[in-house]
Structure formats: C-alpha cells, structure tokens
Ligand binder design. Sequence first.
Ligand SMILES: C[S@@+](CC[C@H](N)C(=O)[O-])C[C@H]1O[C@@H](n2cnc3c(N)ncnc32)[C@H](O)[C@@H]1O
Length: 238
Amino acid sequence: MVPTGEEKKRFVREKFAAVTRRYDLLNGLLSLYIDHYWRWVTARELAEFREGPILDLCAGTLPLSAEIVRQIPRPVVAVDFCYEMLHFGRAKLVSGHKKSEYIFPICGDGESLPLPDMTFQAITVAFGVRNLSKPDQGLSEMLRVLTPGGKLAILEFSRPRTPLLGPLYKFYLYRLLPRMGGIISGDREAYSYLAESIQSFYEPEELVYIMEKAGYGEVCFRPLTMGIVTLYTGRKPS
Ligand SMILES: C[S@@+](CC[C@H](N)C(=O)[O-])C[C@H]1O[C@@H](n2cnc3c(N)ncnc32)[C@H](O)[C@@H]1O
C-alpha cells in the first residue's frame, strides 16, 4: 500500500535519502538508459523559453536540470525536499558539469514552494508528481509561481495499454524491479514502493483533468516508449 498525507511525505523523503547514491545508476539500468531520452524530450518542450528562469521541481540528483541547461544555458532553480538527493546531484555537477553555475538547488516542499508568485517562464517535474502527497496542491503551487503564458511539462510513469505489453510490464514492476532495485540500492522497500506507486497512479486522462481543474489551459499529453512514460504539458492562461 502507498502511504498517504504526511506519512507519505516522510516515507518518500526517507526512501529517496536511502537510495541517493545508487539512484542514477538504477534509473539507467532499470530503463535501459531510455530515461536520458525521456528527459531530453521533456527539456525540448521548453525550447521557446530561452531566457529562463526555469523551475525544475522534484529535481532529485538534478539529471533534468542538467539536461535543460545543456540544451540552452539559462538559470534553473532546482527544488526538492530531500537534501541528500540535491546534495549528491550538486556534488556530481561540480566535478563534471561545465554548466553547474546555472543550476540553483533549493531544499523545499513542492506543495508549499518557498518562492514568489509569477517567477518562472516554465516548470518541469520528472517522476515527481506521483510522489507528491497532494498532487492537486503541488499543481496549484506551480501555477502560482508560473508567469502568465508560462508552461508546465510533467514527465511521469504510466502503464502501457498494449494487450501483450501490459502483463509483461506488470511482471517487470512487481517481480524484477523490487528485486534488482533491492540488490543494487540495498533498499528493496523503496523499489516496491516505486512499483506500487506506478500501478496506483492516475490514468493520463485523469491527470489531464486534474491539471485543468487546477487552472491550466492547453493541457495535452503524449505517451512515450509505448506508454511506459507520458509527457504532459499545460499553460498558465495569460
Ligand atoms: C523519482 S525522483 C525524480 C528525480 C528527478 N526529477 C529525475 O528526473 O530523476 C522524485 C523526487 O521527488 C522528490 N519529492 C517528492 N515529494 C516532494 C515534495 N513534496 N517536494 C519536493 N520534492 C519532492 C523526492 O525527494 C525525489 O528526489
């Protein structure tokens, strides 16, 4: 069972802190390194915003922040409530990423952003909305800090609908993922949570409805890699 409310917040923060050091490696292995492509597509959604600033929410170890800056160097504020993830990501950038001066990590809660209204031209959230304890509250906060006409791009896991792939994917989620994740990260529970949270997350049409209800316009979604993930976009009305 996926916990809810404050209990989910505490659980999620603890689990990400526990797997921080193996997070990037496991992301790559478990997705056969297709996760780089998914973040590349997401960052490309922001190509019209050449000046920034951009908010990358639930930024974790900063892989999407780095991809955004790699495509077009402009300021990216990277928010996450797990200090360990941000710290590890920052250390990785300092040692290897030329563009680290564009990324500004802030430890904070996406459901109560420590940021002023109408600050960002665009916001990205990769694999983060599913982890929020109150996704609708997070979406309202993102709308508050977006400038009018600004764009939100959400990358999130979904469940393939192809008849053959569906059962195979379920086998992968419940059998392989917790086992591999457990062996490599040392925390099997974190990867059982990952499987459960993917399985219990909204259908794409439901998330579109929640985004519209939160006040976003021009909301649409695009399945990637046979629907294993979905990219959602919406705009703050001008
Ligand atoms: C699956 S990771 C995604 C990291 C990164 N965006 C990526 O593409 O790999 C989800 C991140 O969301 C963060 N998170 C979950 N709930 C949050 C919240 N309420 N506020 C801020 N960060 C949150 C977790 O700490 C974790 O680092």
